[in-house]
Design a protein around this ligand. Structure first.
Ligand code: SF4
Ligand code: SF4
Ligand code: FES
Length: 242
C-alpha cells in the first residue's frame, strides 16, 4: 500500500520583510519510483505554487538540487522517497546565501572560489592555435578526468564541520580543485604557488579529516585521498619557509 508522506519544508524569503523562517507541512501520496524531484514538483503544482527549489538536469549532473534531506546533504533528484521514512524534512544547504525556501546561491560561492584559487590552466607559453590538439598520456588524461568530475553541488561544504566554523574555508571542493590542476602537466604553477593559495587554515591545514565531505559527495570523489596528498605536498613548502 502506498504511504502518505509528510513533508516538512523550510520556507523563507529573505528579501520579504514579512517573511519569517518556518517549517511548513505538506502531505503527498507516495508513488512507485518517486524521487524528491517528483515530490517537490507535485507539492508545488498542487499545494504551494510559490515554493522555491532548484533543478536543472534531474540526473545528478548539474549539482543544483542539493539540499539537507532529513539532516543529510544530498541531491534531491537522485533521492528516492522509498529510501526515506514517512516524515521527510527538507532544509536549504547551510554555508550558502539563501535565495528563498530550498534555493541557495551555490553558483556565487563557487564562482568566488574559482577566482580565489584561479581554477584554470596557467600556461607558461602562448597557446599555439594552429596546433589541433596537444596529445596527453591516456592514463594521465583519465586521472585528470576523474579529478574533474565535481559537479559543484556543495554537499561536501554542508557536511563539513570546518566550513561551519570558518566562513572562508575552501572546503574539500576547493582542495580537490587544486589537486586537479596540480595533476595537469600543462599548468605551470608549482607547490610554492599552491601553498600561497591554500597553505593556511582556510585551506588544506584547516581540514580536520573527519570525512564528512567524502561520506556525502554524490559523485563519490576520493576527497580524503586528495586532501591528504595535497596536505603532504604543501606541508613540505611550509617547512621550507620556516
Ligand atoms: S575532512 Fe576536512 S574538508 Fe572534509 S568534511 Fe572534514 S574538515 Fe571538511
Ligand atoms: S566535491 Fe563532491 S560534494 Fe563537493 S561540490 Fe564536488 S561533487 Fe559536490
Ligand atoms: S537536478 Fe541536476 S543534480 Fe539534481
Amino acid at each position: 500500500m502506498n504511504r502518505t508522506l509528510r513533508f516538512q519544508i523550510f520556507r523563507h524569503h529573505p528579501l520579504d520583510p514579512q517573511s519569517q523562517p518556518r517549517l511548513e507541512t505538506y502531505r503527498l501520496e507516495e508513488s512507485p519510483g518517486m524521487t524528491l524531484f517528483i515530490a517537490l514538483n507535485l507539492i508545488r503544482a498542487e499545494q504551494a505554487p510559490d515554493l522555491n527549489f532548484d533543478f536543472v538536469c534531474r540526473a545528478g549532473v548539474c549539482g543544483s538540487c542539493a539540499m539537507l534531506i532529513n539532516g543529510r546533504p544530498g541531491l534531491a533528484c537522485r533521492t528516492l522517497t522509498a529510501s526515506l521514512p514517512e516524515t521527510i524534512t527538507l532544509l536549504p544547504l547551510p554555508n550558502f546565501e539563501l535565495i528563498a525556501d530550498l534555493s541557495v546561491n551555490t553558483g556565487k560561492w563557487m564562482r568566488a572560489l574559482s577566482e580565489r584559487l584561479e581554477t584554470w590552466v596557467h600556461l607558461n607559453e602562448e597557446p599555439d592555435i594552429d596546433r589541433l590538439e596537444a596529445p596527453m598520456d591516456a592514463d594521465l588524461a583519465e586521472q585528470i578526468y576523474e579529478l574533474d568530475r565535481c559537479i559543484e553541488c556543495g554537499c561536501c561544504l554542508a557536511a563539513c564541520g570546518t566550513a561551519q566554523m570558518r566562513k572562508d574555508f575552501v572546503g574539500a571542493v576547493g582542495i580537490h580543485k587544486i589537486a586537479r590542476f596540480r595533476a595537469d602537466p600543462r599548468d605551470c604553477r608549482d607547490d610554492a604557488a599552491y601553498y600561497e593559495v591554500i597553505g593556511d587554515e582556510d585551506g588544506v591545514f584547516g581540514c580536520m579529516s573527519l570525512l564528512g565531505c567524502q561520506d556525502f559527495c554524490p559523485k563519490n570523489l576520493s576527497l580524503q585521498t586528495q586532501i591528504a596528498f595535497i596536505r603532504r605536498k604543501l606541508a613540505r613548502q611550509g617547512w621550507k619557509k620556516t
